[in-house]
Ligand binder design. Structure first.
Ligand code: HEM
Length: 703
C-alpha cells in the first residue's frame, strides 16, 4: 500500500520533557494538538510534514511540485535587504515625547502647542562605520535618530551623539565614508577608523579637526546609549503662526548623566559581549527602568547669527551652551522594545526632510545635501517608494494623498478619482493655512561652487573643545590619537596629523608625536584662518565635568565563591538596588555557590563569561579558601586586574586577599579599594560608586 502524505511512522518518542512523534527515518515531528495552531504556508494551506521534502520514494529525487518547500526556501533566500550604507548596526525602541509647555511664541509645530501632550516616538541608536553584525563598542560616532509621530506628520530628528560633523558640504560624504569603511582591496578593518585611508582623508581635510577631537574623546566609546547626549547638529528654524523665524539647535540630554568607558575596556567588551549596548537597552526597558532624555533647544535670531564668532550654517561648529543656554521643551521616554527587530528597527526609515509645519531648514550645505539623500537611500534599501506603508514609517495622524501603486502597495486612494483638481468633490485638497510653509528667505546670488569664507576657521573650536576637557579626558584624547595613528602604516599621514594637532594644542601634538616615535616635530599645518586662543573653555563639553553624581542605572558585578557570606551579599544587594543600580553575580560555576550558611547563591555568569568590563563597579564577596582557588584561575585574576586598571571601585571581603594579591592589586593602593567589614563600608562603597571611576588612579596604572 502507498504510504500516506506524511511519512511519519507515528511511533511516539520522548526527549527529556518533550513528547514527539518519530518519523520513518527516525526524525522527530511536533504535532499540533489542542490549542496549538496548525502550521500553514503563507497562502494559509495547512502543512502535513515540515521535516521532509516531497520525493519519489524515500530515497528518490525531490519534486518541484513541492510548493511548500519552494515557498519556504524562496522566502528564506530573500530574507536579507541591503544594510544601511552607513549606520548599519543599530538598535531601536519605542516611547513617547511629552511636551512641558506651549512654545507657540516660537513655533506653530503642533507637538509644542499643549503642555502635557504625549507624542509617540521611535528612536534608533547606531554606530556609523561598522556593518550590521559589528561590535557595539567600536570607536565611532553614535547615531541618535528620533522619529516623532506628531499630529501634523512625522518629524525625524536624525542626529548623532556629537554636535558637529566631519565635513561642511554634503558632496564630501561619499569620500569620508569610503575612507572609514574597510579598505576596498583587502576588506578590513571592520568598524574601525584606525587605518590609513581614514587618516589619509582626515589629514587632508582640515575642516574635520573639530570633529576629530570629539571622535578621539570618550564620547566615541559611550558606556550605554542611555548615558549619551544626542544632537540635531545643524541649525534649523522654528516658524510661528506669523511665519516669524527663530534659529534652533536641538540637544537631547540623558537623565542618567553622561558616561563612557575607557579604550582598553572597550576592546575587551567587544570580545566579551559584542551586543553590550543592545543588551543594556533591552535590559533597562524590560526591567521597567525606562531611559529618558530632555529635549533642550538653543534659540537665536538673525542678529545673533550675524554677530557670532562662526557661521551658524557651518556644521563643524557649535554654539557653546554657556553662550546660549539651552531651554527644555519636553522629555523623551523609551518604554517599549519593538516586537520584531526587522519589522521595526531595520525597516524604520529616517529622513532629515521629514519636518512638520513650524519647523524648517537652514541653508547649511550639509543639511541641504542630506535632505536630498535620505529619500533616495530609503527607496534603494527598502526596495519601493511604498516604504511609508510600513507601520513603523506610516504617520499616526490622518493622511490623504493621491500617490498610488508600485511595489507592495498596501493602501491606494479609494474611489474613482485619484487626482486633483477634480469635479467630483472627492479626495483631499491643499491648505495654505494649515500646510507646511517654508521661510520666505530672500535669496540673491551667482550660481557658484564656492565654500563660504566664513567657514574657513578649522582649528579654533577644536582647540576650545580640547581646552574644555578635564585632565583625564585630555589624556584619553592623546591616547586615542596615538592608538589610531599607530595603526597607520604610511608615515607621512601620521606626520600630517601632528602638523594639524600643533594648531590645536602643542602639548597634545608633542605627546602623540613622542608616542609615535616622531623625533622632529613637523611645521604646523598652514591654517586658512589663524587659530584663535581667546575662546573661553566650555565646561558643558566635558563628560566628567558633568557627572551624574549618582550610580542609578549602573551595574555592579559581584564575584562570589563557595563559603561566601550570604548575609553580607544580601545587604550589599539591597543597598545597590536602593541606589537604583543592579547587581549581577559571577561565580566559578553558573549554577552558583553554596554560601557559608548553607544557602545557595545563584549566579548569572560563570567567571569566564562575566568579566569585570561588563560592570561599572565590582565587589569580591569571597571566602579565603574560595579566593585561593580563584587565584589559580586566569579569568578571575583578569576580573580584578581589569577592574583596577579601568579605575573602577572595588569592594572586597577580607577573604578576597589571596585573589587581590595574585591579580597584582594592593588592597591599600588607593581609596577606590573598599574593604567590606560592615554595613557602613557598604554605604561608603555606594558613595564612591557615584563618582563612577577613580580617575586619579589612572596615572598609576599608566593606561
Ligand atoms: C550632521 C551630519 C549627519 C548626521 C548627524 C547623520 C546621521 C545619520 C543617522 C543617525 C543615520 C541612521 C538612521 C537610522 O538609525 O536609521 C544616518 C543614516 C544615513 N545617512 Fe546620515 N548623517 C549625517 C550626514 C549625512 C550626509 C551628509 C549624508 C549624505 C549626503 C548622509 C547619508 C546617510 C545615509 C545614506 C544613511 C542611511 C539611511 C538608511 O539607509 O536608513 N548622512 N545618518
Amino acid at each position: 500500500m502507498a504510504k500516506s502524505a506524511r511519512q511519519s511512522s507515528g511511533t511516539p518518542a520522548t526527549i527529556h520533557d518533550q513528547k514527539l512523534e518519530r518519523g520513518n527515518g527516525g526524525e522527530l515531528h511536533q504535532i499540533a494538538e489542542g490549542d496549538t495552531p496548525v502550521l500553514t504556508t503563507a497562502q494559509g494551506v495547512p502543512v502535513a510534514d515540515d521535516q521532509n521534502t516531497l520525493k519519489i520514494g524515500e530515497r528518490g529525487p525531490s519534486l518541484i511540485e513541492d510548493f511548500h518547500f519552494r515557498e519556504k526556501i524562496f522566502h528564506f533566500d530573500h530574507e536579507r535587504i541591503p544594510e544601511r550604507v552607513v549606520h548599519a548596526r543599530g538598535y531601536g525602541a519605542h516611547g513617547y515625547f511629552e511636551t512641558y509647555e506651549s512654545l507657540a511664541k516660537y513655533t506653530r509645530a503642533d507637538i509644542f502647542q499643549r503642555a502635557g501632550e504625549k507624542t509617540p516616538a521611535f528612536v534608533r541608536f547606531s554606530t556609523v562605520a561598522g556593518s550590521e553584525g559589528s561590535a557595539d563598542l567600536a570607536r565611532d560616532v553614535r547615531g541618535f535618530a528620533v522619529k516623532l509621530y506628531t499630529k501634523e506628520g512625522n518629524w525625524d530628528i536624525v542626529g548623532n551623539n556629537i554636535p558637529v560633523f566631519f565635513i561642511q558640504d554634503a558632496i564630501k560624504f561619499p569620500d569620508i565614508i569610503h575612507s572609514v569603511k574597510p579598505e576596498p582591496d583587502r576588506g578590513f578593518p571592520q568598524a574601525a577608523s584606525a587605518h590609513d585611508t581614514f587618516w589619509d582623508f582626515i589629514s587632508l581635510t582640515p575642516e574635520s579637526m573639530h570633529m576629530i577631537m570629539w571622535v578621539m574623546s570618550d564620547r566615541a566609546i559611550p558606556r550605554s546609549f542611555r548615558f549619551m547626549e544626542g544632537f540635531g547638529v545643524h541649525t534649523f528654524r522654528f516658524l510661528n503662526a506669523k511665519d516669524e523665524s527663530t534659529f534652533v539647535k536641538f540637544h537631547w540630554k540623558p537623565k542618567l548623566g553622561l558616561q563612557s568607558v575607557v579604550w582598553n575596556e572597550a576592546l575587551k567588551i567587544n570580545g566579551a559581549d559584542p551586543d553590550f549596548h543592545r543588551r543594556d537597552l533591552w535590559d533597562a526597558i524590560q526591567s521597567g527602568n525606562f531611559p529618558e532624555w530632555e529635549l533642550r533647544v538653543q534659540l537665536f535670531d538673525q542678529d545673533f547669527a550675524d554677530s557670532f564668532d562662526f557661521d551658524v550654517l557651518d556644521p563643524t561648529k557649535l554654539i557653546p551652551e554657556e553662550v546660549i543656554a539651552p531651554i527644555a521643551l519636553g522629555r523623551l521616554v523609551l518604554d517599549r522594545m519593538p516586537d520584531n527587530l526587522f519589522a521595526e528597527t531595520e525597516q524604520v526609515a529616517f529622513m532629515t526632510q521629514n519636518v512638520p509645519p513650524g519647523v524648517d531648514f537652514s541653508n547649511d550645505p550639509l543639511l541641504q545635501g542630506r535632505n536630498f539623500s535620505y529619500l533616495d537611500t530609503q527607496i534603494k534599501r527598502l526596495g519601493s517608494t511604498n516604504f511609508t506603508h510600513l507601520p513603523i514609517n506610516a504617520p499616526k495622524c490622518p493622511f490623504h494623498h493621491f500617490q498610488q501603486d508600485g511595489h507592495m502597495a498596501m493602501r491606494n486612494p479609494v474611489g474613482r478619482v485619484n487626482y486633483q483638481p477634480n469635479s467630483f468633490g472627492e479626495g483631499p485638497r491643499e491648505s495654505a493655512q494649515r500646510g507646511f510653509r517654508s521661510f520666505p528667505e530672500a535669496m540673491d546670488g551667482q550660481k557658484v561652487r564656492l565654500r563660504a569664507a566664513s567657514f574657513a576657521d578649522h582649528y579654533s573650536q577644536a582647540r576650545q573643545f580640547f581646552n574644555s576637557q578635564t585632565a583625564p579626558e585630555q589624556k584619553h584624547i592623546g591616547m586615542a590619537l596615538t592608538f589610531e595613528l599607530s595603526k597607520v602604516e604610511t608615515s607621512v599621514i601620521r606626520e600630517r596629523m601632528i602638523s594639524h594637532l600643533l594648531n590645536i594644542d602643542e602639548g597634545l601634538a608633542e605627546t602623540v608625536a613622542d608616542k609615535l616615535g616622531i623625533k622632529e616635530l613637523p611645521k604646523p599645518a598652514d591654517a586658512a584662518v589663524a587659530p584663535r586662543d581667546d575662546l573661553e573653555p566650555s565646561p558643558a563639553l566635558s563628560i566628567l565635568a558633568n557627572g551624574p553624581d549618582s550610580f542609578a542605572g549602573r551595574k555592579v558585578g559581584v564575584l562570589v565563591s563557595p563559603g561566601a557570606d550570604a548575609s553580607l551579599l544580601k545587604k550589599l544587594r539591597t543597598a545597590i538596588e536602593k541606589e537604583g543600580a543592579t547587581v549581577e553575580v559571577i561565580a566559578p560555576k553558573v549554577g552558583g555557590v553554596e554560601a557559608a550558611d548553607g544557602t545557595m547563591i545563584a549566579a548569572k555568569h560563570m567567571i569566564d563569561g562575566g568579566p569585570s568590563v561588563l560592570f561599572d563597579a565590582v565587589a569580591l564577596v569571597l571566602s579565603e579558601e574560595g579566593a585561593e582557588r580563584l587565584a589559580g584561575e586566569a579569568a578571575a585574576r583578569d576580573f580584578v586586574a581589569d577592574a583596577f586598571a579601568h579605575c573602577k571601585f572595588i569592594a572586597f571581603t577580607p577573604g578576597a586577599a589571596p585573589l587581590l594579591r595574585k591579580a597584582g592589586v594592593d588592597p591599600k593602593a588607593d581609596e577606590g579599594l573598599i574593604g567590606l567589614g560592615d554595613a557602613k563600608a557598604i554605604a561608603g562603597f555606594i558613595e564612591s560608586c557615584r563618582k563612577l571611576r577613580l580617575w586619579s588612579r589612572e596615572t598609576a596604572v599608566k593606561l
